[in-house]
Write a protein that binds this ligand. Sequence first.
Ligand SMILES: Nc1ncnc2c1ncn2[C@@H]1O[C@H](COP(=O)(O)OP(=O)(O)OP(=O)(O)O)[C@@H](O)[C@H]1O
Length: 575
Amino acid sequence: MRPVGSKYLLEEPLGRGATGTVWRARQRETAGAEAAVAGQPGETVAIKVLKEELANDSDIVMRFLRERSVLLRLTHPNIVRVRDLVVEGDLLALVMDLVDGPDLHRYLRENGPFTPVAAALLTAQVADALAASHADGVVHRDLKPANVLLAQYNGQMHPMLTDFGIARLADSPGLTRTHEFVGTPAYIAPESAEGRPQTSAVDIYGAGILLYELVTGRPPFSGGSALEVLHQHLSAEPRRPSTVPDPLWTVIERCLRKNPDDRPSAENLARGLRVVAEGVGVHANSAQIAAAEGVGALLAPDPAPAAVPGAADPTQVLPNTSAPTGTYDPNAATSFLPHTGGPAPFGAADPTAVLPNTGAADPTAVLPPVPQGQPGQQQPEQPHPWQTQLRAARDRNEQTQVQYLDPGEDPLRRRPQRQVARPQQQPPRQAPQQQPVRRPQPRGQGGPGGQGGYGQQPAGYGQQPAGYGGGRPQQQYAPPQQQPQQRYAPPAEPQQRAPREPRQRGANPMKIPGLGCLKGCLFLVVILFVAGWLIWDLTPVHTWVGQGRGYWNQLHHWANSVSKFFGDLGNGSGK
Ligand SMILES: Nc1ncnc2c1ncn2[C@@H]1O[C@H](COP(=O)(O)OP(=O)(O)OP(=O)(O)O)[C@@H](O)[C@H]1O
């Protein structure tokens, strides 16, 4: 058991995500006044220990502290409460309520899709949580089934949204240096994928994807690579599965509108979903059915969506104002597609283009044309941010592994690598230096819609309305052909620098073995010879040893003595 601060002890890891590892932990002492929940000694809590690259970044630590009040004040029955924040040495941790239940991603994988009524009611509660946070100016930005925990009490399941604020932390200038964008490709809104300004409407898009996944078992857009998935968010229309009732499809389709201004507010989404749940249930009366069929009228957009602040003002705590739209802000921390081209705002010429507007005519091209070396543009030999972002997308896209940690991988056991001097932050338009991104372990087998007993429904949610829509039966769930979150093979990176010619060593070009050693020995002999000469002539040694002979005479004398000795030796042995 490892201490976190003086108040908590980590017991066992519950899972690992892109931003850190979540532990079951125990409270040692009552927390101080700075904590939102003081807690009692012995109480069990969940602690998310943020990963080292976050904890070692002073910008992120500052942001963590600055946003303390934002994170601690978010309280709602459908939001996992953050009780305390711990910043201690190299450790950055969020202390949360422990939710005793699976996350929605795991639940879906194990139990298959929900009935339309259950899916609508569950998503309505998620929308309630979003409405509360948006009213407080906080946008989640990483809504996905893995971030919805299912608490179970009174025999019912209650969705609890977690990881609020983590996207904001990860989006600080610190992580922007590593060019990791915030979001998960299967759930990312088109405006986030394009690097356009984001508002609370990104969460509504995430809720639409989540709702689609709840009723079908898989997200609407999947593909062989993160790039393919992102491209679909930008240009493809979601296909309506035959099992989804009309009113529910109206809601999904409105949430998944490409234009954020066309999506409903979180509050209207929650209300609309409840009307749909009543109208598509088996016991619905004609008034409820009619209300559900007219749900489109309830889904009015938010007139003042909460804006996601850009990196230009990292201290801004999300005022509830409408964001400017339609222009690409290269300074926005969430931007990951730089405007490398002409004067038009990025993507403005072709709203479906994934690629920067470089003036090239092919909007279906996968990689951007290399810019023509004008000042302030990308350097052709450096990796394009798009490539780096996609690698980050692949890494973020991998699912949490729920298992015990290898001690060598335990961030609490490993000493952090301290940087002696932090490299200066890149100017926004410059192409980034490639940073190694530590990859989360894959979750193991399966994605949404893996194996499991399909058709089971969560306790407490409505049953599948058997007679809905003229007796259309709930179809057998078919697992997706392709896993929606596949590994992305990054495009080949351009070479940073031509390799140096190997150095030629002129003295031994043939590489004769031992030649170097022989040279050394000869050099040593010469040194000894010269040193002996100097000692002989400059000190009284010649009077003591050689009876006044000169150096050369003495050497000659010694040589004669040695040869005479060996001669005598030879004669003696020959006798
Ligand atoms: N408050 C909590 N109580 C109980 N278990 C939790 C809690 N928070 C998270 N977990 C568990 O820990 C796992 C990892 O959580 P984490 O939020 O780090 O993962 P993630 O959502 O997959 O990753 P990320 O959002 O960082 O990409 C979750 O899937 C969940 O099972």
